[in-house]
Write a protein that binds this ligand. Structure first.
Ligand SMILES: [Zn+2]
Ligand SMILES: [Zn+2]
Ligand SMILES: [Zn+2]
Ligand SMILES: [Zn+2]
Length: 354
């Protein structure tokens, strides 16, 4: 019995790809991975279930989690979740190296790595625990269960907007709302809270009103820009992005972008941001040119950005704006941009009349 189990363990480890075949180890300096030790820990526990062993086999080689949606694999079949793959590609871009699979060191890229649908489907069938009621159900049903069906999920009190902090399972909600003290509070007590909400909404409204006002200006233009990666010729070269020249309002322009606002070693930081600068490349007549500009997601791209309007008065002495934040929603989104061959943006320019 014990011998059988041992043999089974060996097979599991092998099919997990944690022990590569000797000819898989391209570079010869194969490092044992964290995943191997995780599997060892799991398999030393008695008794261990098939689903636990599958977790070890189907997990991402980088973060060791089970990928939530898309699973990619290197040309040798090692699995990676989409965000870890973008992160590896982004890091390689920053270091000016080619990206390699952490398991077998083969080269990885957007085109070399393919999706593994069988693994994606297998993961969606694996059971996961509901964080509220601890019921075990297939991963594909978990979001629906935790969000809408679970009897122990957390729901807020309907007087949340006037400051009730209560949160609890739906079956206690009615009783709480009957007893909730917030609706009987004097209006003076909830004014501060309403002010905070009001100001937040007002800021948002101001931004959108501003954009709509700009859209009524006489001189508007937009350009769909492709920012390509280049490296500085410093001793330690740095990644930056630049578009080719484009024309707007009868002048020539260029947009440049850099990672983590020129931080020395952005590759050491888990936070990733991009900042960009608009540069005037042609001579202006004697009067300065007042511009406002906003960068938004380009067509056929899938980058989520919040709009942010910036302003600059261009003259023949002032031809470059400061580097302004490109308001990408998260570091994960930013890595996706760095992993791609180029960054596509739509830049809308508004010229203010003097
Ligand atoms: Zn991962
Ligand atoms: Zn590999
Ligand atoms: Zn539940
Ligand atoms: Zn309440």
């Amino acid at each position: 019995m014990t011998t059988n189990k041992m043999a089974e363990e060996d097979r599991t480890a092998e099919s997990a790809g944690v022990s590569c075949h000797p000819d898989d180890d391209v570079s010869g300096d194969y490092e044992p991975l964290k995943k191997k030790s995780k599997l060892d820990v799991q398999s030393s526990k008695q008794p261990y279930k098939l689903e636990e062993r599958l977790n070890g086999i189907l997990c991402c080689a980088v973060c060791l989690d089970l990928p939530a949606i898309t699973v990619f694999q290197c040309t040798n079949g090692h699995l990676m979740c989409a965000s870890c793959l973008s992160h590896l590609l982004a890091d390689a871009r920053l270091k000016d190296e080619s990206a390699t699979c952490p398991n077998c060191r083969c080269e990885i890229s957007k085109t070399a790595c393919i999706r593994n649908l069988a693994v994606e489907k297998a993961i969606s069938e694996l059971p996961a625990e509901c964080r509220f009621c601890s019921a075990r159900l297939p991963r594909s049903e978990l979001a629906m269960h935790e969000g809408e069906l679970c009897q122990e999920r957390r729901v807020p009190c309907k007087f949340e907007r006037i400051g009730c902090p209560w949160e609890g399972p739906p079956h206690e909600l009615k009783e709480h709302e009957k007893m909730c003290t917030h609706p009987s509070k004097p209006a003076a007590d909830i004014m501060d809270l309403l002010d905070v909400t009001y100001h937040r909404q007002e800021d948002e409204m101001r931004l959108y009103k501003n954009i709509f006002n700009l859209l009524s200006l006489e001189k508007i233009t937009f350009s769909d820009l492709q920012l390509r990666p280049y490296r500085t010729d410093d001793y330690i070269s740095k990644l930056f992005y630049e578009t080719s020249r484009f024309s707007a309002f009868s002048h020539q322009w260029v947009v440049k972008a850099r990672v983590n606002d020129n931080q020395k070693h952005p590759v050491h930081s888990p936070d990733r941001t991009l900042t960009y600068q608009l540069v005037l490349k042609s001579k202006l007549p004697s009067t300065p040119m007042q511009l406002q500009y906003v960068a938004i997601e380009g067509p056929y791209t899938n980058t989520h950005m919040n709009p942010a309007i910036y302003k600059f008065d261009f003259s023949n002495e002032a031809t470059e704006t400061d580097y302004q934040l490109l308001p990408i929603l998260s570091s994960v989104e930013c890595n996706k941009l760095l992993a791609a061959r180029s960054i596509n943006l739509r830049l809308i320019l508004f010229q203010l009349q003097a």
